[in-house]
Design a protein around this ligand. Structure first.
Ligand SMILES: Nc1nc2c(ncn2[C@@H]2O[C@H](COP(=O)(O)OP(=O)(O)OP(=O)(O)O)[C@@H](O)[C@H]2O)c(=O)[nH]1
Ligand SMILES: [Mg+2]
Ligand SMILES: [Zn+2]
Length: 341
C-alpha cells in the first residue's frame, strides 16, 4: 500500500499541517520541474502546478479541477541545503529541504581536492542536517583517508564501493531520515544511491577518461524511499560551484578544530597572522594544522560575509524600490487631489 510514512511523515508534519485551513491535502515534493512538481500524497504521486518548492518540501495542496492539484502552502522547512549560486546574482538556491543526513561523496579515482571537500562540508553543516563523508569507488583507487578526516573534523568518513558492495552497510549505520547525496559530477552519487536502494532508480553516467570530470548525468533532484527502511534518498546533480553563504556557524562547525584553537589565543580578537601567543599559528608551525586549511577557513569566512552582505543589500534595494513605488503613487494621488481642488 502507498503511504506517506514511506516519505518520512511524522507527528511534526501532521501538527504543522493541522494548523492550516481544512480542505487541503498533505504531500511531499519528490521532484521539481519548471513551474510544476511531482508530489507524494497518501493516494500516490500527483503532478502539481506551483513554484518555489524544492525536493523534500512538505506542502499543502488544493484539489483543482479533475484530478489535478495546485500548491497552497509550503510548510516551514526544518532544514535546507542552500548555496549561493555562481555569477553576479545574489540568488540562493535550495538544493534540498527537510534533509536529516547529507552524504558528501569524494571519489577515489580523481585527485583529492580538500578545499572542495571543506566547501561541501560547510554547506552540509549550514543546512542543519548531519554530514557524513562517503569515499566512493574504493575499488578504483585510494585517497588519503587521514587527510579527509582532518578536513572534516567530527564527521564520519566511510570508504565505499558500489561495485563490490564494500562499506555500504557501514555507511547505512550513519544514515537517518531523509538522506541527500551531494558532491561533484561523476563522483558516484547516483551509483551509491542505487547501491543503498538495492536497485536502479537513478541514472548513472560515465566519467570522461581525459579529465576525470563527470558528465552531469543527473539533472533533477529526486526523492526515493529505500524499501523496508525509514530512509529516503535525495539524489542531486553534481554542482559546478559551491558558494558558501548565510551562516558563520556553518564555517565554524566545518572548521571546529581551528575555532577550538582560536579560543586559546592570547588576544580575543586574534587574526592568527603574526600575533604573539597565537595558538592557531603554533599549530601550523607544529605541523598539526595545514596552511592550506587555515587559508581556506579564511576564504570561506570572507565569502560567507560577502554573500551575506550582498544578500542584505539586495533586500535593502527591494525595500527601497517598494518605498519609491509607494511614494510615486502617493505623489500621483496628491497631484490628482490638487487638480480636483
Ligand atoms: N568502479 C566503480 N565505479 C563507480 C563506482 N561508483 C560510481 N562509479 C562510476 O562512476 C561514474 C559516475 O557515476 P555516477 O553515479 O553517475 O556519478 P554522479 O555523482 O551521480 O554524477 P552526476 O549525476 O553527473 O552528478 C559511472 O561510470 C559509475 O559507473 C564504484 O563504486 N566503483
Ligand atoms: Mg548522478
Ligand atoms: Zn591566533
Amino acid at each position: 500500500m502507498f503511504t506517506l510514512d514511506r516519505y518520512g511523515l511524522d507527528q511534526h508534519w501532521l501538527t504543522e499541517f493541522e494548523k492550516l485551513s481544512p480542505g487541503s491535502v498533505l504531500a511531499r515534493v519528490v521532484r521539481v520541474d519548471r513551474g510544476e512538481f511531482d508530489a507524494a500524497t497518501a493516494d500516490g504521486i500527483v503532478r502539481v502546478a506551483g513554484t518555489h518548492t524544492c525536493a523534500g518540501d512538505w506542502v499543502a495542496l488544493h484539489p483543482h479541477s479533475g484530478h489535478t492539484f495546485v500548491l497552497a502552502e509550503i510548510l516551514p522547512r526544518r532544514t535546507a541545503i542552500e548555496r549561493a549560486s555562481a555569477g553576479s546574482t545574489s540568488e540562493i538556491q535550495v538544493l534540498g529541504a527537510n534533509v536529516d543526513t547529507v552524504v558528501v561523496t569524494v571519489a577515489s579515482d580523481t585527485a583529492l581536492d580538500l578545499g572542495r571537500v571543506e566547501r561541501y562540508i560547510t554547506l552540509a553543516w549550514g543546512s542543519g542536517a548531519l554530514p557524513v563523508v562517503a569515499i566512493t569507488k574504493s575499488d578504483r583507487g585510494s585517497v588519503a583517508e587521514e587527510q579527509v578526516l582532518a578536513a572534516a573534523p567530527g564527521v564520519a568518513v566511510c570508504r565505499t564501493s558500489a561495485l563490490s558492495g564494500g562499506g555500504i552497510d557501514a555507511l547505512t549505520m550513519h544514515l537517518r531520515g531523509t538522506v541527500a547525496l551531494i558532491g561533484p559530477s561523476g563522483s558516484g552519487k547516483s551509483t551509491l544511491g542505487n547501491a543503498l536502494l538495492g536497485g536502479t532508480a537513478f541514472a548513472i553516467g560515465d566519467t570522461r577518461e581525459a579529465d576525470g570530470k563527470g558528465r552531469h548525468t543527473t539533472v533533477h533532484r529526486e526523492l526515493v524511499p529505500i524499501p523496508d527502511t525509514k530512509l529516503i534518498l535525495l539524489d542531486t546533480p553534481g554542482l559546478r560551484s559551491v558558494g558558501v553563504q548565510g551562516s558563520e556557524d556553518a564555517v565554524a562547525s566545518a572548521f571546529s578544530d581551528i575555532e577550538e584553537l582560536a579560543a586559546l589565543c592570547r588576544f580575543g580578537d586574534c587574526a592568527h597572522r603574526s600575533e604573539p601567543g597565537c595558538v592557531v599559528l603554533a599549530a601550523v608551525h607544529a605541523g598539526e594544522l595545514t596552511e592550506r586549511r587555515l587559508g581556506n577557513y579564511r576564504k570561506l569566512l570572507r565569502e560567507n560575509a560577502w554573500a551575506t552582505s550582498r544578500h542584505d543589500a539586495r533586500a535593502r534595494n527591494e525595500k527601497l524600490r517598494e518605498y519609491k513605488q509607494i511614494s510615486k503613487s502617493l505623489r500621483r494621488k496628491y497631484a490628482v487631489d490638487r487638480k480636483l481642488r
